[in-house]
Ligand binder design. Structure first.
Ligand code: HEM
Length: 300
């Protein structure tokens, strides 16, 4: 499966950073070569965003609910209602690409990987979909409202494979003491969502993929339950949790409804490796190769 890399922005800006260990030394990014890399990525992205804005066809939506995000931003900028520079428009547009692409595609890829490893779950999900949609030719988002098992699969995938395992870094606004440690002002803090989502204190058999665990579990994705943080929590939590879930549910439903899936050469699913690459977003280390066979609705 292919997914975007945002020109490496995510991999360069996330993960371990030597500068975090020497916060007082501004020169570290130059010495490690990170600054030139970031500057080159910045230039390429800035050019793309400038082109997107220049080539934007202007006011073409008739009603506000037909407007794209860029339509809205450019309309507000032109109206002078808000002080919105072109730099602001570019930043918001980039945020949407950065936040919305790798996260959703990685979750989809982990979901299908887990289903290959867990054929019981795969069969149950396909039975739910094929029973509910009864040979329907096209699936739209509203068809999925009552497909509870599909939703449980996405929640369980996000528990085990949250794409941003350390969420976004926070800066300490006042000196404090936590667990006996002095935390100075402006310390960069990372929240280990990955460890929280697999903490055996909250999750029974945390390393097993069991979507049913969510069927009578009121935990939601809104960041109000701190044992489950796939979209973070607080003011800087993901503003697109609902869209993010739809971004995974809809393509996953298509994949499971229309096709049967297996590993090449009839290899059993439990032989699929689940190695991860660490970075700001956690992806599969190795490419996922699967055999897809169109499902024959006529025969069943
Ligand atoms: C499965 C899909 C997604 C997951 C798991 C996910 C997860 C996250 C997480 C963990 C954060 C950091 C929250 C924190 O530190 O408290 C975040 C931030 C963000 N996400 Fe998402 N996200 C997803 C999809 C999307 C989509 C589709 C968009 C936009 C189209 C988006 C836009 C953003 C933005 C703009 C931020 C930064 C918010 C800020 O800085 O205040 N995300 N996301």
């Amino acid at each position: 499966m292919a997914y975007t890399t945002n020109f490496g922005t995510i991999s360069v800006s996330g993960g371990f950073d030597v500068a975090d260990v020497f916060p007082s030394k501004k020169i570290i990014h130059t010495l490690t070569g990170k600054r030139p890399k970031l500057e080159s990525i910045h230039k390429r992205l800035d050019k793309i965003l400038s082109d997107v804005i220049t080539e934007h066809p202007g006011q073409h939506a008739n009603t506000s609910d037909q407007e794209s995000l860029l339509d809205v931003l450019l309309r507000l900028q032109a109206s002078g209602e808000f002080k919105l520079s072109t730099k602001n428009v570019k930043a918001v547009t980039l945020d949407m690409f950065g936040g919305g692409t790798d996260t959703s595609s990685a979750t989809l890829e982990w979901a299908i990987s887990e289903l290959i490893k867990n054929p019981r779950v795969l069969k149950k999900a396909q039975a739910e979909l094929r029973d509910a949609l009864k040979g329907k030719e096209r699936i739209v988002e509203s068809d999925l409202h009552d497909l509870d098992y599909l939703k449980l699969i996405v929640r369980e995938t996000l528990r085990m494979h949250l794409p941003l395992p350390l969420l976004f870094p926070r800066e300490c606004r006042e000196a404090c003491k936590i667990g006996g440690y002095d935390i100075p002002l402006k310390t960069k803090l990372l929240v280990n969502g990955w460890a929280i989502n697999r903490d055996p204190a909250y999750w029974k058999d945390p390393d097993s993929f069991i979507p049913e665990r969510f069927s009578d579990n009121p935990t939601n994705v809104l960041g109000t339950e701190f044992e489950y943080l796939p979209f973070g929590a607080g003011r800087r939590m993901c503003p697109a949790a609902v869209l993010g879930i739809a971004n995974v549910e809809v393509p996953l439903a298509h994949m499971l409804y229309y096709f049967d899936w297996e590993l090449p050469n009839n290899k059993p699913g439990d032989e699929l490796d689940m190695d991860e690459v660490f970075g700001a977003s956690v992806q599969r280390k190795n490419e996922l190769y699967l055999v897809m066979k169109p499902y024959n609705f006529g025969k069943n």
